[in-house]
Design a protein around this ligand. Structure first.
Ligand code: CP
Ligand code: NVA
Length: 302
């Protein structure tokens, strides 16, 4: 079976825990300066339709740390950007590479790549999901809380792609998730239903205080995702009551951790004092992208 990662649901509970354990081990090894070249002579391609700092750099460094090579492929420079089909691109790249990482606008594009590639495809963010982010986040949560099961995760803000993967990720590891968002910004209905069918404790509310109350984790993301730029003014208005700030932090557990996948906009989805305050673990999250993706690459390539 081809090991694609298009959605969090491509992983089982056991597989997530195995990936986190391996990521923790790789992190510790890197800190001790121990190198491993398990991916020697292997190249992956990274197709980007959208901007990226963390995803691009962490995948590139992950491959180089593991002895392999990552090619950055911006669609503006590819024949894909001039009308070559996704199917043909997937077929051709499969002849050179061992894995494709793709950041795309439409989730259908990663699905189409996976359908036509004979190598694993990893979703590096689509309009529907961002599973690589959630793997790193689960690693971060486990580092701070020493467990996952039974924790309360509060998502505050736009019910977007990262939120969708968080709903599935929390469900898969036995965490409760409460999403607080304005009307019209709810997470994907099918994903919420899918999570509930899997036994997930998922609540969608319009009250940020209800979600933040006794939360172990407070999480937010940008209000204007890539592709939403035309709605900027409306989004800033609608989402204004959903900022993570000291008031919300005070409603959460005393040892709450505040998370953000980054990039952040201080003064919009998160206040500067909270973003840079003692509860914030955002840079650990960013670092953990590297370790979690190394573990993922070893899983799909070895
Ligand atoms: N969090 C995240 O995916 O960041 P980038 O957009 O910088 O890759
Ligand atoms: N929701 C954001 C995440 C960026 C990492 C976006 O899609 O732009």
């Amino acid at each position: 079976m081809m090991k694609h990662l298009l959605s969090m649901t491509d992983l089982s509970h056991e597989e997530i825990i195995e990936l986190l354990d391996m990521a923790a081990d790789l992190k510790e090894k890197r800190l001790r300066g121990k190198v491993t070249d398990l991916l020697k002579n292997k190249s992956i391609g990274m197709i980007f339709e959208k901007s990226s700092t963390r995803t691009r750099v962490s995948f590139e460094v992950a491959m180089s740390d593991l002895g392999g090579h990552a090619l950055y492929l911006n669609t503006r420079d590819m024949q894909l950007g001039r009308g070559e089909t996704v199917a043909d691109t997937a077929a051709v790249l499969s002849r050179y590479l061992y894995c494709l990482v793709a950041r795309v606008y439409s989730h259908d594009t990663v699905k189409e790549l996976a359908e036509h590639a004979s190598i694993p495809v990893i979703n590096a963010l689509s309009d529907l999901e961002h599973p690589c982010q959630i793997l790193a986040d689960l690693l971060t949560i486990r580092e701070y809380k020493n467990r996952l099961k039974g924790l309360k995760y509060a998502w505050i803000g736009d019910g977007n792609n990262v939120c969708n993967s968080a709903i599935l990720g929390c469900t898969l590891v036995g965490m409760e998730i409460m999403v607080a968002c304005p009307h019209g910004y709810e997470p994907d209905e099918d994903i919420v239903e899918q999570a509930r069918k899997m036994g997930g404790k998922v609540t969608v509310t319009h009250d940020p205080a209800e979600a933040a109350k006794d939360a172990d984790i407070l999480y937010t993301d940008v209000w204007i995702s890539m592709g939403d730029e035309d709605e900027r003014e409306k989004r800033l208005r609608d989402l204004a009551p959903y900022q993570i700030n000291a008031e919300l932090v005070n409603l959460a557990m005393q040892d709450v951790i505040v998370m953000h996948c980054l990039p952040a906009h201080r003064g919009e989805e998160i206040s500067a004092d909270v973003m840079d305050g003692p509860h914030s673990v955002v840079f650990d999250q960013a670092e953990n992208r590297l370790h979690a993706q190394k573990s993922l690459l070893l899983r799909v390539l070895c």
